[in-house]
Design a protein. Structure first.
Length: 257
């Protein structure tokens, strides 16, 4: 079900995700202010920034849940605006809020989601998904009876059910128990492309290849994580914040993230 980027005319690889001049204005509040960002296939990119930086908004734009005011977004070389169905098939998302149906069982939630996508071998996919996140024994339990960690594991199984090539994680690691965090880290292996918004520098150091520092809707820094410790990453982040233009530093924090 997942697609792979095609070769471009120059013989290179199309980015798994690309944003060009993306601006988002909600009401009168600018949330993203001209984002240019390309994420290569199989890369794990962390978005780090204070509350109100625009991290969640950026993920929603990539997922096709929010249309930018200006600019273009492409997933696997296809514009999201003109081919939203492709983006939805290529992208899976886990948010801080699970968005699962609390009165349905774990299995029923996955079956409902799979039917929306018209997935084949649905029963087999659901069983494998529950097994993958360690919930096979709770398949018939209502979501309202599951722990926070179990709920997030189920949300991860749902996000991966249609075999996306791009996974978006919006502070998905927050409040998870050790087992749930381990399952999340395992899911990020292989050639899956991932963009994760987080405040957890330890988690970033554990799973990401590179990090983008986002402040008030602008990218203020980007670095590779190879060899960087969580402490060194915090120092880079502090440096990126300190390098903001004085006019930016004096402005109040945005209301949207």
């Amino acid at each position: 079900m997942s697609g792979h980027p095609a070769d471009d005319a120059g013989g290179g690889r199309v980015s798994a995700v690309e944003l060009r001049g993306v601006r988002v204005i909600l009401g009168e509040q600018p949330v993203l202010r001209g984002i240019d960002l390309a994420v290569g296939r199989g890369r794990k990119l962390a978005l780090v920034g204070p509350n109100g930086a625009g991290k969640s908004t950026l993920l929603r734009v990539v997922a096709g849940l929010l249309h930018p005011s200006n600019g273009e977004v492409s997933v696997e070389g296809r514009p999201v605006a003109s081919d939203p169905w492709h983006a939805r098939r290529a992208v899976g998302m886990v948010a801080h809020q699970s968005m699962l149906h609390p009165e349905l069982t774990a299995r029923e939630n996955l079956l409902t989601y799979g039917r929306l996508y018209g997935l084949d071998r649905l029963g087999e996919r659901v069983a494998a998904g529950l097994e993958r996140v360690g919930l096979a024994g709770r398949a018939n339990s209502r979501v309202s009876t599951l722990s926070r960690g179990m709920v997030q594991r189920l949300a991860l199984a749902r996000a991966l059910l249609h075999e996306p090539s791009v996974l978006l994680l919006d502070e998905a690691e927050t409040g998870l128990d050790t087992r749930a965090r381990d399952r999340l880290v395992e899911a990020l292996g292989g050639d899956l492309t991932a963009i994760l918004a987080t405040h957890d520098f330890g988690h970033v150091s554990e799973v990401a290849d590179e990090v983008v520092f986002l402040v008030r809707g602008r990218i203020v820094g980007r670095c590779e994580l190879a060899g960087l410790s969580a402490a060194e990453l915090r120092e880079r982040y502090a440096g990126a914040l300190a390098s903001r233009p004085p006019t930016e530093a004096r402005q109040p924090a945005g209301v949207a993230d």
